[in-house]
Design a protein. Structure first.
Length: 219
């Protein structure tokens, strides 16, 4: 049995309009549930920052939940910064792992890219890109050459993510699959993520760990 638990998909009310719990509440929940790490993957889309133009202001708003989570965590749980990006071209959502701020410094212009352009830019910054809940309503399967894998287990309780289809699709195409709670509310917390043999020290190590496939899924 692998020793560490890491949540890969969570949203704070400070940033994500759909989030119903604060970063501090999120941390307390995951500490109580015995998790060792959590990735704050708040939403990043053009409409979410429509009232802002300065990239400094955009990043400050985007990082608010993550920074509050860091303050609340202290040394009880490791907090990583990720992102769930939506491009203007579709309703698809993409989970991004690694040093995401390098990518997000492109601001709202980032969301105007095609998936192909977005993926190649993410690779320039040494990031990993996974399609979130690919079989949920209004989603379209991304071409496998423009993602590093898909979220095969999305444990959000108010959406039908059709995880059985995602698992089958990943197996057939030999795609890397990940699991995430997609935590928005108190009762969501601690349903998904990964078991690992070590706790990454930073976002780059986390990204490398995910791409190495050296984990077991929580579902």
């Amino acid at each position: 049995m692998r020793k560490y638990r890491i949540e890969l998909h969570s949203h704070t009310s400070e940033v994500s309009p759909c989030g119903k719990i604060t970063a501090q509440e999120m941390i307390e929940l995951y500490v109580q549930k015995g998790y060792n790490g959590i990735v704050i993957t708040d939403h990043f889309s053009g409409p979410l920052f429509s009232d802002l133009e300065d990239i400094g202001d955009i990043l400050a708003r985007f990082c608010k939940g993550y920074k509050n989570a860091l303050l609340a965590a202290q040394d009880r749980i490791k907090v990583y910064l990720g992102a769930e990006v939506r491009l203007d071209e579709s309703y698809n959502d993409y989970l991004v792992y690694g040093d995401v701020l390098r990518l997000l410094r492109h601001g709202k212009e980032l969301c105007k890219l095609s998936l192909q352009e977005f993926y190649y830019l993410a690779k320039e910054y040494d990031l990993a890109v996974f399609q979130a809940h690919p079989f949920r309503d209004h989603m379209k399967l991304a071409p496998k050459e423009f993602v590093d894998g898909i979220e095969v287990y999305n444990l959000h309780t108010e959406h039908d993510s059709r995880n059985y289809k995602a698992v089958d699709y990943a197996r057939k195409l030999n795609l890397l699959g990940i699991s995430g709670t997609d935590c928005h509310k108190v009762h969501h917390a601690g349903r998904g993520g990964i078991f690992t043999d070590f706790l990454p020290v930073n976002e780059k190590e986390l990204k490398d760990l995910i791409l190495s496939k050296s984990f077991d899924l929580i579902f």
